[in-house]
Design a protein around this ligand. Sequence first.
Ligand code: ATP
Length: 737
Amino acid sequence: MYLKRLELQGFKTFAQKTVLLFEPDAGNRRGLTAVVGPNGSGKSNVADSLRWVMGEQSLRLLRAKKSEDVIFSGTEKKSRAGYAEVSMTLVNDDHQDLEFSEIVITRRLYRDGQSEYEINKQAARLGDVAMLLAQCGIGQRTYSVIGQGMVDEILSASPSERKEFFDEAAGLKPFQLKRQASLNKLDGARENLRQTETLLREIGPRLTSLERQVKRLEQRESLEVELKELEIQYHGGTWKQLRAALRNSKSAHEKAEQQAKRATEEADKLESELHSMEKAIPPSEGFRELRASIDKLSEERVKLRERQLKLESTREIAKARAEKPWSPLPLSKIISEIEDLHKKQLELLELLENAKSDPVKTKRLANEIHETVADLLNKLQRPAPEPQKATAEDPAVAKEAEELLKAMSEIDKKTREAQFELEQWNKKEDQKRSHIFDVQRELSHRRQEAQTAERQMSEAAVELARVETRRDAFLQELRTHRPEQESELETLADKATISEAPESFTPRLTKLRAQLEWIGGIDPETLKEHQETKTRYEELNKQTQDLSQAISSLEIIIKELDQTIAERSAASFRNLNAQFEIYFKRLFGGGDAKLVEVFPEPEYNEQGELIKAVDENAGRVGIDILATPPGKRLKAIALLSGGEKALVSIALICAIMATNPSPFVVLDEVDAALDEANSGKFAEIVSALADRTQFIIVTHNRATMSSAHILYGVTMGVDGVSQLLSVKLQDVIKQAK
Ligand code: ATP
């Protein structure tokens, strides 16, 4: 890695575009470029420009009071520049671990304060430039550009300031920059973590509450689904039942009504039939005729009987007179029986006249009459015992007796016939009457039937009213809970498949409704808010995890960097110390010098009590320089002469170059205080180091100039603008030869 080109425009005295090229020497060593010229011509401005393009922020080191002091401020003859721009080109010839073979770093500053950095013409930040330079092994502000007065400064600086210088010289800068960047990131990550944790703590309770609400909402939804399903079944089932009950009650009512109507009609019909039947039975002429004929026959018979009795008595008397007489039935007995018969006959007639009389009794009486008559006749007609010896009887009497018997049997026959006829008539009457009874029975049956049907009708009406009341109550309930189902009740009822009574659903329905009531309404926005909050919470949680992970990684990186820094620092310090001693002895021709690490001391108060213990992990806090020129006692640096101080500084710079070679080093009049002999030694040492490090030396020293392979002469004309004149010494030497 070496510096190939430096281009200035508008920077301090370099008002015009000026290009400095730094090429390797003839031996292809990094070589030495001397910048020479009169005082005030602008040589140091070249060193400043390099410092500036590398991102220097210190106005003191840039020898300016304010930022825009680096822009050409104009002279009497030349107007001021609007901006300052410096570009440096580095060649990555030793293939440092970089993606470019050439790197162009540009810094630009406008008068309005706008500042720009570019890396290979791409806008970049100061941090990028610093990191790139550190990776190239170029220190930005310390030993890469050793300015005028800095030689003294290295020695007069405090041990901690010096430590900075040495850390950079030890190549710790990239690690330290990385460490710092990691520390910054760590701080940032911790701050972010703190913020995300605060947010998480804030969001957490809200999320919990929203989760509870969403759970309730889900529960509500499932309950609503269950309730709706249950209501469909309940409403459908109830309606199905009510519908059937209404139908049944109506049809029962209609049926009873029809039955009542029919029974009443039939009863009315029977009643009128009965009336007409009762009217249709006329007082029986036949009965009277029959009775009269029987009476007449009976009278005739009585008369005949009387004649017969008379005749018989006559004959008996005649017979008795003739023989022992046959005793007939006593007359008194006959008379009493006939009287008895007559009484019964009158009774029977009376019964027959009365239409409402009991037919059984009538019949019984008629039979009794018949039996008594038959018995009496039998007794009366008992033949007289055969006369043991017929005696002559009057033939007229016998004839009359015979005629009487004949007439009487004739009358008996007629009486029997009339009685038979009377019986037949009675039978017929009985039949007629029994039909009336049947009709009467049928009528009462029908009336009863009509009454029963009417009772059933009123029962059905009551039942219908009851069902209608139930239906109205049900519809009222339906309208309260699920009005939209009213229009689809018929369909629901058709679909209802429940086997249980709908009432069995009531407890579950009541419970579900109470649960829903208890859960209450939930804002539908809750779901959205819950989703958003959850997403935010998860993001934050993920962020927290990422940040915690990043923090752990950064802590590990920092720890590793600390270790690397400590190891490198220790190794380079040992080398540096050895080299310092070598260069010191070489420049001073003996003597003694060393670098001493300063570690933190425990702090005590006035009473001698420890107030701050030493952190054992903390590294050195500073570096002291001990230098004893030959023949002298170890002296404080401050007590050395100006030349001695310059030699110590140069020994230190050379030791650094030897231990940790920088691609290039600008030395601005570091040799100013050296005498001729020491100038020679310095030139020798630098020439030796130019093997590995490119030196750009602003000098008035001839010895130094003579070891350079390129000379840039800087002059300043009357216009106050620096001009550049380049001389390749080897060409000059060639030409001189
Ligand atoms: P010496 O040999 O004495 O150290 P030098 O060659 O190193 O001198 P510089 O220090 O580089 O000279 O230049 C200083 C000059 O630059 C001063 O004359 C100063 O006025 C001039 N100068 C510094 N800044 C500006 C600026 N912004 N515009 C114009 N001139 C400037």
